[in-house]
Structures are given as C-alpha cells and as structure tokens.
Design a protein around this ligand. Structure first.
Ligand SMILES: Cc1cc2nc3c(=O)[nH]c(=O)nc-3n(C[C@H](O)[C@H](O)[C@H](O)COP(=O)(O)OP(=O)(O)OC[C@H]3O[C@@H](n4cnc5c(N)ncnc54)[C@H](O)[C@@H]3O)c2cc1C
Length: 336
C-alpha cells in the first residue's frame, strides 16, 4: 500500500487548491513543501474571478488586503485612470500578501483533511503503478503525483520537458516599504520590457517589471523599475529587491504542452498555466483548463476516493455510529 493516494509537491496556490479539492472529495492527500510560512516574489494581485473561485476555502475579507479602486495606465507621457467599482461579491481586483494568502489556502487544505509535510522533494521516480519520492527526511510512496512546484518544477524536469528560455518571463522589481495606495499603476515605458506594475499591499508597494527572458535582462528591468520609482515616489525608502521567473508560453509551446500522463499531472506555474499575454496566473491555478488527460487523472482519483468512502461507509455503518466516523476524519486533519 502506498503511503498516500496523492502526493502534491508544492504548497503555493495551485498545490494547496488541488489538495483542498481532492481532500474534500475523500482522497488521502499529502502536500510536501518546506518553505511555509513564506512571502513569494509576486505582485499579489487577485482578480475578482479568482477570489470568487477560492471563496469556499478562504475568506479574503479576513486577510490583510487592499481593494483596488482605480487602475492607472501610463504610456510615455499619456495617462488614463479607470475606476473599478463593485456592487456585490469580491472587488474586481484585490492585492494580498502571498504569505497570508498562501498560508490561508494551505490551512484550508489541511482542514479539509490533507496532511502538510515541511519536506523538500529531491527526486521522483515510478515505482510499480505509483511513485517513489525521495525527500530530505526520507522516502514517501504515492499512487498519484501532482507537480505544483512552480516554474522551476522538479516534477516537470523529471517527467515532462523543462521550460525553454523562450517560454519564460523574467519578473523582477522592488518592495517599497512603508508606502501604500488604493490604486494600481500599469506602465509601458520601455519597449523591451513587457510592462511595469505598482501593486499596493497594506504596508508596502510591490513594484515590478516583466519581459520575455530571451528579450531582456534582470538588470535592464531593474533599471526601468528604479527610474519609475524615482519619478513616482521621490522620497522612497531603501528598496527591497525581488525576482522570479514566470512561465509565459508561446502559442507553439502551448500546443506542445502535455501537462499530465498516467498517474501524474502538473498544475499552476509548473504546467505553464498562465494568461500568456499578461503572465498573470491567479485564476489559472484555481481553475485549470481541462485538458483531456488531466480530466481523466482527476476523475480516477475521485473515483477511487468515492469507492473507498462507500467501502468505509458500509463497514462502519454496521460497526460504528455516525459521530465516531466524523471523529476519525477529524483525527486525520489534526496531523497537519
Ligand atoms: C514578480 C512576480 C509578480 C507576479 N505578480 C502576479 C500578480 O500580481 N497576480 C498574479 O495572478 N500572478 C502574479 N505572478 C504569478 C504568480 O506568482 C504565480 O503564477 C503563482 O504563484 C503560481 O502558483 P503556483 O502554486 O503554481 O506556484 P508557486 O506559488 O511558485 O508555489 C510553488 C511552491 O512549490 C514549492 N517547491 C518548489 N520545489 C519544491 C520541491 N522540490 N519540494 C517541495 N516543494 C517545492 C515552493 O517552495 C513553492 O512554495 C507574479 C509572479 C512574479 C514572479
């Protein structure tokens, strides 16, 4: 018997969300990620659609966030401001700290019954009809494998094809501490850069620039960010730099993508599931496009979980009262 039904490698939004959904469906899920709690290099912009999708697991209103009232656009000397009104439901755009948001999603997955192990996965290989994982704290076996380990995904490198440089953007910039705003700014100042953003969190701005990795360099993009900050926030405090790749696949690469196979799938950044034109992802980790093998993979896990649930129900309904069955599922979640 494998140690777990599904091993999810990576507890960012894609991994935690997949784990939440599968654990609620009855699967025994183990999430492996040594990094939490952690901030991720990210603007932290969450669209209203993405916020609505995760609403059953995470109440955004309970997390520190900024609800964006106005989006400002800059193109050379031209300026435009667009109001983002909202009447009901989540605002069109909120900005949240990834430490808080990812932590809340992971907590929700654990509450749903998943187990989080703070381990780094060093290798994955097939073993019978499942998987053997090598971690920094010993081996784990699993029937299914989900790679939610970001753009540098180990699972992707071992089982699928790593991203080519042409399929990645560089995203880099600065956290400007002690400054905030109710507005976001998107600027198109440099033709080699994709665009610059200034996204406000409650106690700082995340200012960043991204561009295709084969067309620019991190230092050129950092110059663009520094110049914009010098103009827009003349008294800015010392800047805190961040950088990370974002998958931004060409159309041809998207055609070639095979993010799932027998017993495994990739999700989130590891699968290249971003909105290519904007290199923004938060909707896609939560609602991945349904590619046929991916759908089969998720169905297989659900079917097995359903079978196990009905087997447990028929055994326990003759032997144990309803309340003790609830108590036993509670014991599993307390391992998180
Ligand atoms: C600078 C920047 C700004 C961005 N701004 C926005 C924005 O404003 N809005 C938006 O929607 N998107 C934005 N994005 C994109 C967004 O950050 C990602 O698309 C999103 O984090 C993807 O989630 P994920 O769960 O797939 O991966 P991640 O959030 O990267 O999580 C992957 C997790 O896997 C773990 N991991 C990796 N390897 C291993 C291993 N071997 N073993 C165990 N764990 C492992 C890591 O520790 C990490 O916690 C931005 C990205 C960057 C770089």
């Amino acid at each position: 018997m494998p140690d777990t039904d599904v091993a999810v490698i990576g507890a960012g939004p894609a991994g935690a969300w997949a784990a939440w959904r599968l654990a609620r469906g009855g699967a025994k899920v183990t999430i492996l990620d040594p990094s939490h709690p952690r901030e991720k290099p990210c603007g932290g912009g969450l669209t209203g659609r993405a916020a609505a999708l995760v609403q059953p697991a995470v109440t955004l209103a309970a997390l520190p966030h900024v609800s964006v009232g106005v989006a400002r656009f800059e193109y050379e000397a031209r300026r435009a401001a667009v109001a983002l009104p909202w009447r009901s439901g989540p605002p069109a755009l909120v900005i949240a700290s990834r430490r808080e948001l990812d932590g809340a999603l992971l907590a929700a997955a654990c509450q749903a019954g998943a187990t989080h192990l703070g381990r780094r996965v060093r290798d994955v290989r097939r073993s019978g009809d499942g998987w053997a994982l090598v971690t920094n704290e010993g081996p784990i076996t699993s029937r299914w494998l989900i790679g939610a380990d970001g753009p540098t995904s180990l699972v992707r490198r071992r089982i699928a094809t790593p991203f080519a440089r042409t399929d990645l953007s560089i995203a880099t910039g600065y956290f400007v501490r002690g400054v905030s705003s109710p507005d976001i700014t998107i600027a198109f100042d440099d033709p080699t850069a994709g665009y610059l953003w200034s996204f406000p969190r409650p106690d700082h701005l995340a200012v960043g620039v991204c561009a295709q990795a084969d067309r620019s360099t991190a230092s050129a993009l950092l110059n663009v960010a520094r110049e914009w900050i010098a103009r827009a926030i003349p008294d800015a405090p010392p800047l805190d730099r961040y950088a990370w790749p974002i998958p931004s696949l060409t159309e041809a690469a998207l055609e070639r993508e095979r993010p799932a196979g027998p017993g495994w799938m990739l999700t989130g950044d590891a699968a290249g599931w971003l909105i290519p034109s904007l290199a923004k992802a938060f909707t896609s980790p939560f609602a991945p496009p349904i590619w046929p093998p991916t759908a089969c993979f998720l169905n297989a896990i659900r079917q097995r979980a359903t079978k196990r649930r009905s087997a447990t129900t028929s055994t326990s309904s003759s032997a144990a009262p309803r309340s003790s069955r609830r108590a036993s599922s509670g014991r599993r979640s307390s391992r998180c």
